[in-house]
Design a protein around this ligand. Structure first.
Ligand SMILES: Nc1ncnc2c1ncn2[C@@H]1O[C@H](COP(=O)(O)OP(=O)(O)OP(=O)(O)O)[C@@H](O)[C@H]1O
Length: 231
């Protein structure tokens, strides 16, 4: 389980202070699909960066399975990023000169055992595309490869930053289905940042941010079906 306890983050621009997060408290659970929702500038990316160990909080405590991540040395924090966290970005970040399978194999250091990489491609329904290069795939397919690449590392935390931002609605929904399925069927905590209210209906937990503060947290044991989402 992940716990944010009174997390604040202040950026200093010259003499001006920007409070990106102010006393933020929430929990994130493995096996759940969590959505962090909020308008532009509400602090979503800042929260995601702290969760991923890419940035440090100014104050407060962040715990992962009882380990205090906010107190880790730089070296330990980079181990946390490498061993625990998987990332999915809006623009896929695949290596153009490598096939789908190779992109997964290289990232997960599985080049000696491509069977695992193939399994991951199968999980996202793309085994038939294993020999395709990124420019021979659609946006949705590239995003599915990037999810397979992240899952191949067997992360405990999968962080997704607007993963459907560059996709049409139907393809975006397919991506959401894969993310929720991954959370429910492997012991990973999937966290997605978005400003799209409709997508949030699919989540087990919705954390709403406004002006760097939590405005509400909603738990949903039975999230909506894909057919109930209207984009
Ligand atoms: N590196 C930085 N230096 C200074 N201010 C920053 C920095 N990063 C973010 N901020 C500020 O912190 C606040 C929160 O930004 P953040 O990017 O976390 O919001 P967001 O909800 O992810 O927005 P968006 O949806 O537009 O990506 C904003 O006021 C932003 O301008």
């Amino acid at each position: 389980m992940l716990i944010f306890k009174n997390i604040s983050k202040t950026y200093q621009i010259g003499s001006q202070e920007v409070k990106a997060l102010e006393n933020v408290n929430f929990e994130i659970h493995k096996g759940e699909f969590t959505v962090i929702l909020g308008p532009s500038g509400s602090g979503k990316s800042t929260a995601l960066n702290i969760l991923g160990g890419m940035d440090r909080a100014s104050s407060g405590e962040f715990l992962f399975d009882n380990e205090v991540i906010t107190q880790l040395t730089d070296e330990k924090l980079s181990e946390y990023r490498r061993d625990i966290v998987g990332f999915v970005f809006q623009f896929y970040n695949l290596i153009p000169s490598l096939t789908a399978l190779e992109n997964i194999g290289i990232a997960a250091e599985l080049t000696d055992n491509l069977a695992i990489a193939e399994n991951c491609l199968e999980q996202v329904g793309l085994l038939h595309r294993r020999k395709n290069f990124p420019n021979q795939m659609s946006g949705g397919e590239m995003q599915r490869v990037s999810i397979a690449r992240a899952l191949a590392k067997k992360p405990k935390l999968l962080l997704c930053d607007e993963p459907t931002g560059a996709l049409d609605s139907a393809t975006g929904l397919k991506i959401m289905e894969i993310l929720r399925f991954s959370a429910e069927n492997s012991e990973v905590a999937v966290v997605m940042v978005t400003h799209n209210e409709e997508f949030a209906k699919l989540a087990h937990r919705i954390i709403r941010l406004h002006d760097g503060k939590v405005s509400s947290i909603e738990e949903n044991k039975t999230p909506a079906e894909l057919s109930e989402v209207h984009l």
